[in-house]
Design a protein. Structure first.
Length: 381
């Protein structure tokens, strides 16, 4: 069974049902039923037109469900208008669905969750993990979001900023390796950039390309994390880096700076350095200053503390870190790194071990545990 094919066809099939008059929630349920049927049937008899097959099955499931509801009479005319089976239109409704899921009536978190479920193809469990909430809670949130957008005309898009955040979260979910959606997020962002002349769309595309260029070097053969400073820069995708930098330069030239452009500028400075030692940390701090002014994010200030530690020395970084809450994610890991650079190896080892217990992923926990073990082994010599 080609799961990638099903994932790629899902948005178009969902879009077709919505265009035919199905409300969003019912259409999404019908498409999911059709996907289940495809998994059951296709291994033995794959159709010549997979998309058309999914549309036909999903539409019939929608009609069957509609007949069972109190609103059957209002929907009967849809039964009479059922299109004959045949090749489906080669239309990509994915971006339109992203906009629908980012409707202004939804909160940003609900919009992201709904899009990841209905369009991105993530399971409710995966989305719940991303939000650090119980799966049942996320299921309720997604169900409420689907009901909210049901009945919304398909040609009334939502907020561009929310769509960009959705695309970025989809990219990061794929980049983590849990679900490989990074390439799909880049494809969608390219398509959006071709239709909307907004510098932040270009900034997001540049950021994705610059991060994606390092993907092959982020993990070792055993699955362990490889820090940026230790990555094999000879394996970075220079074509993606060059494209990302060119797109970013065009966006910055429009003098409408946004957070994705600032993040991309930081990524470009990392990508431009031949070695970790040659990284222009002074410029990176300046870009973090711009980013902090745009977002007022404590996570941005945490990353800025690391950059200050590289540009002005670890004690300067620790001074910046002291002004931030120690409840911030990865705060302890940053403190460990800066104390190690400052020569306090005993404290750094203790903090690495403490950070390992707080790590949000197994890969990060293992990496931090190895860091603590490395320092402890040196201290015992």
């Amino acid at each position: 069974m080609n799961e990638a094919l099903l994932r790629s066809l899902t948005p178009s099939v969902l879009g077709i049902l919505v265009r035919r008059g199905a409300d969003f929630a019912a259409a999404e349920d019908a498409v999911q039923d059709a996907l289940v049927e495809a998994v059951r049937v296709w291994p033995d008899e794959r159709p010549g037109d997979p998309k058309g097959w999914l549309v036909t099955v999903a539409w019939r499931r929608f009609l069957d469900a509609t007949r069972a509801e109190a609103a059957r009479r209002r929907r009967e005319d849809l039964v009479d208008e059922e299109p004959a089976p045949g090749p489906a239109r080669a239309v990509d409704d994915t971006l339109q669905l992203y906009f629908l899921c980012a409707h202004p009536s939804l909160t940003p978190s609900s919009a992201v969750a709904l899009t990841l479920r209905a369009v991105g193809g993530l399971t409710t469990r995966q989305i719940a993990r991303a939000y650090l909430v119980p799966e049942a809670t996320m299921a309720q949130r997604i169900s409420r979001a689907k009901r909210t957008v049901s009945g919304v005309p398909f040609d009334q898009p939502g907020d561009v900023a929310t769509v960009l955040r959705v695309l970025y979260l989809v990219f990061n979910e794929g980049y983590s390796g849990d679900v490989d959606l990074a390439s799909e997020a880049i494809r969608l962002t390219r398509q959006l950039a071709a239709t909307i002349g907004h510098p932040e769309v270009a900034g997001l595309l540049a950021l994705m390309l610059l991060h994606h260029a390092r993907r092959a070097t982020r993990t070792a053969s055993d699955g362990g994390l490889v820090p940026l400073a230790e990555q094999d820069r000879g394996r970075w995708d220079t074509g993606a880096i060059a494209e990302g930098v060119e797109i970013l330069q065009g966006a910055l030239a429009r003098d409408r700076l946004g957070e994705f452009q600032a993040q991309a500028a930081i990524a470009a400075l990392h990508a431009d350095a031949p070695t970790a030692a040659e990284t222009d940390w002074v410029q990176i701090v300046e870009w973090y200053d711009e980013l902090a002014g745009l977002t007022d994010s404590p996570v941005v200030r945490l990353n800025r503390a690391v950059a200050v530690g590289e540009a002005d020395g670890p004690r300067a970084g620790l001074t910046e870190l002291a002004a931030l809450s120690d409840t911030l994610p990865r705060h302890t890991a940053v403190a460990a790194y800066l104390h190690e650079r400052d020569g306090d190896l005993t404290k750094a080892a203790r903090l690495y071990a403490e950070a390992a217990h707080k790590a949000p992923t197994l890969a990060e926990r293992d990496h931090l545990t190895r860091q603590a073990a490395r320092l402890n082994a040196g201290l015992r010599r």
